[in-house]
Design a protein. Structure first.
Length: 112
């Protein structure tokens, strides 16, 4: 029974400093949200599958605490993006300007 090497545990092969664990957690969240924002017009809406990938990456690299931090940040960002009002369309903008013009006494806006 000589000096045998053991296989490292899956996910945490070597202990890492906490600052690096949490930096990876925040960075993975930001990259996931950035890619989600860039891909949203192509996919027809914001899909938060990349947030799940960010959680898996940070949990694999940093452990439970980094995974929980990424989960919380991703949930907060997803809720923020879900409840933000969308940009007004051209017809909504025209209707709003026509409504304000007619209330000021000027002639009504034409449909064309």
């Amino acid at each position: 029974m000589g000096n045998t090497q053991r296989m490292p545990r899956l996910g945490v092969p070597f202990p890492r400093p906490r600052i690096f664990q949490f930096t990876v957690a925040v960075g993975a969240t930001m990259v996931g949200l950035l890619l989600t924002g860039l891909l949203a017009p192509l996919l027809g809406g914001p899909y938060f599958l990349l947030a799940l990938a960010a959680v898996a990456l940070s949990a694999l690299y940093g452990g439970l605490s980094a995974g929980l931090l990424t989960t919380g940040l991703s949930a907060l960002a997803s809720a923020t993006f879900s409840f933000l009002p969308s940009a007004p369309s051209a017809s909504t903008t025209r209707a709003m300007s026509c409504g304000s013009a007619s209330s000021s006494g000027s002639p009504r806006c034409s449909a064309g």
